[in-house]
Write a protein that binds this ligand. Structure first.
Ligand code: BEZ
Length: 225
């Protein structure tokens, strides 16, 4: 299969999850989605990550994003693990976690670690998944891909920030600068002339002929966390 890239259609699949069986594209429907994988159940970093996503569930929902986790254990393990996650993080995890015991989805999305890379993420010669993140839009196109090693828990505030940037750049002809936060100055897209930008944005500041900062129209009010 061709490697998954930004703009690829997210491969569809059927799977068992903690909230029932799904067909992935039907699950996404008209929403955005974040598909994120974990090495295995009952592992410490993953337990904190899933707790964090459960806490941030309203923030994902506010952006019309459905979240769905994946780990390479069966449903019985997932159910017991969710009890631990809820208890230790004081949450009520309600989003689905895919039971990918046979690594079908992990293989489809190229989520498996390499045997040589991390001995702590391999059992009996079989690698676990890495910490993959796929942000998928309502057209089922992959819009962002992140890959973290098993040892490094992800920053889910950054994933929300990147989704804000993606959704904003779908609505406005802009890009977002380094360390941008919602409400901050944006960059006029290279395809838009400065003259045109001045008709679109309340303020345009030309730092360089190819680097034009702009403030956003009032209707793009700042996202609150
Ligand atoms: C963890 O989630 O803590 C973890 C999982 C696999 C390898 C290393 C760490």
């Amino acid at each position: 299969m061709a490697p998954l890239r930004l703009g690829s259609v997210a491969p569809d699949f059927s799977a068992e999850t903690t909230t029932g069986p799904i067909k992935f594209h039907d699950f996404i429907g008209d929403s955005w989605a974040v598909l994120f994988s974990h090495p295995a159940d009952f592992t410490p970093v993953c337990t904190t990550e899933l707790g964090e996503v459960a806490k941030l569930a309203p923030q994902f929902a506010k952006r019309s994003v459905k979240v769905i986790g994946l780990s390479t254990n069966d449903l019985a393990d997932h159910d017991r693990w969710v009890d631990d996650i809820n208890e230790v993080n004081n949450v009520n995890l309600a989003f689905p976690i895919i039971a990918d015991k046979d690594r079908d989805v992990a293989t489809l999305y190229d989520m498996l670690d390499s045997v040589e890379h991390d001995a702590s993420n391999v059992v009996n010669g079989i690698p676990f998944t890495v910490r993959s993140v796929f942000v998928i839009d309502p057209a089922k196109k992959i819009r962002l891909i992140l890959t973290y090693p098993a040892s490094c828990g992800r920053n889910f505030d950054e994933i929300l920030r990147a989704i804000d940037s993606l959704q904003l750049s779908d609505r406005q002809p802009i890009a977002t600068p380094a360390n941008w936060q919602p409400g901050g100055e944006v960059i006029v897209h290279v395809s838009v002339s400065t003259e045109k930008a001045k008709q679109i944005f309340p303020e345009v500041r030309e730092a360089l002929p190819y680097l034009r900062f702009a403030t956003l129209p009032a209707e793009e009010g700042e996202e609150e966390k």
